[in-house]
Design a protein around this ligand. Structure first.
Ligand code: FAD
Length: 425
């Protein structure tokens, strides 16, 4: 019997518990979560019978681990891409709209941005092939940086995204007008962010359709945790982890000490407030995290604000290329002729004056702040170690390169396989 602790019940921790049941069947798992709820940065808010994703909103088929877990949990998916009408607003007018026929749209893009468009598509395809190889090599290497280097993906996190794009011959206008709004909608950061995070932003929305779960994304971590049969301790903040002997970890929650053969940290250490004792390596470096504000509103959108003709249909998502504007995303979740349910994402709180400009009339349904939504992605030479010590794994190390449902579940699967090798062989 292997006794394991998982710290954090976000998608990472819940999938780690599930993978432990699968790959180490004789394991006994305890999941500690400091909040009174499961899901972490996956947060589905139901209002008036309609789900709004206020945390992780979508994934695609290229996200192999997530896709596999969704299928294993027998969950129904909802395709977003086809019905999504995406518009890019530059602070003055709509400069791009995806609802136009594909042929017309491509012609327009080519005439405006010339060879930047095919160059970008080609480099995304090449990068995508490398990501596929990364999954194949997964079993052979331990650390993420080794994996990334082995398939040539490391260059992406070693340089700022816009610099890599310049080197590929992609022009500034294209980056400012179409790439920046995508990195802003995904990570609330401009195209100068770490290259792999930029690449993930584009791969998240390019080509493949996007999906979410019909019953709400929050169902996935909940189902995984249930299937894992782990013991779940909510409102249980882990205060410290101490390695007491070669093969034993002592975990302190409140005043209670528990002992484990292995520990998986499935929460960013920057906000986890955990102290360590007797850990051999402990090589993680604190990162800065992006704070974002989400406001869910119902009301009549003022189309004139976006310079949209009164007779034109509202797009389903408005991206914003104007970097000085704190609003990074304006998503219309549901719309009737007179009223829409809208999620506004911003890097600063939205004042009432702006709300009055955005809506002819509207009311706030929910305000939610993510104090640490995702790292402020910087260039790095190496992804920090997943293996903090023998038997102590740190899943969110991968967030230095990119933060997503896929990165957390992929890291969860890796960490359980590493633990199996360390503890069971
Ligand atoms: C607004 C927003 C939109 C996003 N959109 C997308 C998207 O569309 N697609 C996508 O793939 N990704 C998206 N992401 C990123 C994605 O949500 C995260 O990368 C992923 O959910 C992280 O999961 P995690 O389990 O690693 O961490 P978390 O979800 O942060 O889970 C960590 C858990 O650990 C708990 N915890 C922390 N410290 C302790 C402690 N000391 N003791 C016990 N418990 C502790 C926390 O309470 C939390 O529940 C988005 C993120 C945000 C914020």
């Amino acid at each position: 019997m292997v006794n394991l602790a998982v710290i954090g019940a976000g998608i990472g921790g819940c999938s780690a518990a599930y993978f432990a049941r699968k790959y180490i069947p004789d394991s006994k798992v305890t999941v500690y979560e400091k909040e009174n709820s499961i899901g972490g940065r996956v947060f589905t808010f139901n209002w008036d019978g309609k789900n709004s994703e206020l945390g992780a909103a979508f994934f695609n088929r290229m996200n192999k681990t997530i896709w596999h877990l969704v299928k294993e949990m027998d969950l129904k998916v909802k395709k977003l891409g086809e019905s999504m009408d995406i518009a890019v607003w530059n602070g003055t007018e709509i400069i791009f709209r995806s609802s136009q026929p594909l042929f017309y749209m491509m012609l327009k893009l080519l005439s405006k941005y010339k060879l930047s468009v095919p160059k970008l598509l080609l480099s995304l395809r090449t990068a995508n092939e490398k990501i596929k190889k990364l999954y194949k090599k997964e079993e052979k290497l331990t650390e993420f940086w080794e994996l990334f280097e082995s398939v040539g993906l490391d260059k992406w996190y070693k340089m700022p995204f816009d610099q890599i794009l310049f080197q590929m011959g992609i022009n500034r206008k294209f980056i400012d007008e179409l790439i920046t709004p995508i990195t802003r909608i995904i990570y609330s950061q401009n195209a100068k962010l770490g290259g792999f995070a930029g690449l993930s932003s584009l791969l998240g929305v390019y080509g493949e359709a996007m999906y979410s779960l019909k019953a709400g994304n929050e169902v996935l971590p909940k189902k995984l945790l249930k299937a894992s049969e782990a013991k779940v301790e909510l409102t249980s903040k882990v205060k410290s982890i101490e390695k007491t002997s070669k093969d034993c970890f002592q975990v302190l929650v409140g005043k209670k000490l528990s002992f484990f053969d292995g520990v998986i940290i499935a929460a960013p250490l920057e906000g986890a407030d955990i102290t360590f004792e007797g850990i051999l390596k402990q090589k993680w470096q604190a990162r800065e995290y992006q704070k974002i504000y989400i406001r869910l509103m119902k009301g009549e959108v003022n189309l004139r604000y976006f310079n949209i003709d009164a007779n034109t249909k509202l797009p389903s998502v408005i991206l914003n290329s104007k970097e000085a504007d704190p609003i990074t995303r304006f998503s219309i979740n549901q719309s009737t002729k007179s009223e829409s349910l809208v999620t506004i994402t911003s890097t600063e709180p939205i004042g009432n004056d702006l709300v009055n400009d955005l809506f002819k009339k509207g009311k706030t349904i929910l305000d939610h702040t993510w104090r640490a939504a995702y790292p402020i992605f910087k260039t790095i030479q190496k992804i920090p170690p997943i293996c903090l010590d023998n038997g102590l794994l740190y899943l969110n190390a991968i967030e230095s390169a990119a933060s997503s449902l896929e990165s957390s579940t992929f890291a969860a699967s890796r960490s359980i396989k590493i633990l199996k090798e360390q503890l069971c062989s």
